[in-house]
Ligand binder design. Structure first.
Ligand SMILES: *Cc1c(COP(=O)(O)O)cnc(C)c1O
Length: 382
């Protein structure tokens, strides 16, 4: 098979019609109001609250600042138990709040934090749990809540991959104390850069609102050591238009995911990571796992082979956060503590997924993968 003529990347952002965006920009120019809770911001906030089916929501300039604000909001200190199988932002917001991340192994099926292992890791210093709904697969929210209640811990969820995910029809942002959504350009719904927190308690929304605006209460009172985390009007305008495009994007991604599922079936050593049937898929990623012994090729070999055909998959998440230079000395980073996470990190590969990806291209990508294990490249250096 010939390589693709144009490179195929793991994702492409949804982009609105420029004329439609121009209409919104004219509104902003007319108002001469560019940030600090303007009209576009307020409208997006209201719409997202309804869309995500959550009681309280606050918009941020990006997901990482939102997550750091959530940690501050709940006044977490000491140790927080989290997953090593995630994006760097997850443990890093703990460091930025002087909290020590404690890495807990993940569940082989959901790839989220293993609730049983987690309970063993609680110490008198533990103040919270930071779970990650990886690829939109929810954490074991009920079990984690039980553990949190029993030990007096707070729960934050990194729901960056889980926009639109629901468990039995309940919006994913309703679990735990605070959830974070990322609206980065690589996410299924985006505002170029952006993010949100959702809250169970209205009091936390009030605190987060202060914290994301320097702690300014009014012209003469600054009551908290806040930061600048506000979403501006241009981000919000982009979000308002993108929100009208999301259902169509999901429909296309659903078809693409189904095509992957159909075409990958029967390739020994390749399996799809899918959410359980009671979960609404966010279609953020199509992740596969590669069993080296069954496929006769490692994940890294598959990744390199795809590159030769102009297909750029991503190893989300390799390396594990626990292997970063500033994390590997933590006791919980010991490889013996994280056997499943280590195995999974060596097996996963995220395949190209975006609405404009043609189904024919998906079929060809799967056909390529099927062919890799048959003919080993003569020039192979692996
Ligand atoms: C994208 C992402 C973030 C960071 O969000 P930003 O909006 O880019 O700051 C955090 N956690 C996970 C799991 C992510 O995928």
């Amino acid at each position: 098979m010939k390589p693709f003529e144009q490179p195929i990347y793991v994702t492409q952002p949804i982009l609105p019609d420029l004329d439609e965006l121009a209409v919104k920009l004219k509104e902003i120019w007319g108002a001469k109001w560019l940030t600090n809770h303007g009209r576009q911001h307020n409208e997006l906030k209201d719409k997202l609250r309804v869309f995500l089916k959550v009681p309280h929501l606050s918009l941020f300039t990006n997901g990482t600042i939102a997550l750091a604000t959530a940690v501050r909001c709940l006044e977490l200190n000491g140790e927080v138990i989290t997953s090593p199988f995630t994006f760097p932002a997850t443990p890093h917001v703990l460091f930025w709040n002087n909290v020590t991340p404690v890495f807990c192994d993940i569940d082989e099926q959901s790839l989220t934090i293993n609730a049983d292992a987690l309970e063993q890791m609680i110490t008198p210093k533990t103040t919270g749990i930071l779970g990650v709904h990886v690829y939109g697969n929810p954490c074991n929210v009920l079990k984690l809540q039980k553990i949190a209640n029993k030990h007096g811990l707070k729960i934050i969820y990194d729901a960056a991959h889980a926009f639109g995910s629901e468990i039995d029809g309940v919006g994913i942002g309703n679990f735990g104390d605070i959830s974070m959504f990322s609206f980065h350009a690589t996410k299924v719904f985006h505002t170029a850069e952006g993010g949100a927190l959702t809250f169970k308690e209205p009091a936390f929304e009030t605190t987060a609102k202060l914290l994301k605006n320097f702690g300014i209460k009014n012209e003469e009172e600054v009551v908290l050591p806040g930061i600048n985390g506000k979403m501006n009007e241009i981000q919000a305008a982009l979000g308002l238009i993108n929100l009208t495009l999301i259902e169509e994007e999901w429909r296309k991604r659903e078809k693409i995911s189904a095509t992957y599922k159909r075409c990958l079936a029967g390739i020994e050593g390749v399996r799809l990571c899918e959410p359980p049937s009671n979960v609404r898929n966010s279609y953020q990623y199509v992740a596969i796992r590669i069993n080296k012994d069954e496929l006769n090729l490692s994940r890294d070999e598959v990744y390199e082979r795809f590159k030769k055909y102009n297909v750029f998959t991503r190893k989300y998440f390799y390396p594990l956060c626990s292997d970063y230079a500033h994390c590997c000395q933590l006791p919980s980073s010991a490889p013996s503590n994280l056997p499943i996470a280590r195995k999974v990190a060596s097996e996963v590969l995220c395949m190209p997924l975006y609405g404009d990806l043609e189904l024919g291209a998906v079929e060809k990508i799967c056909e390529l993968l099927r062919s890799f294990n048959k003919v080993r490249c003569p020039e192979s250096v692996f």
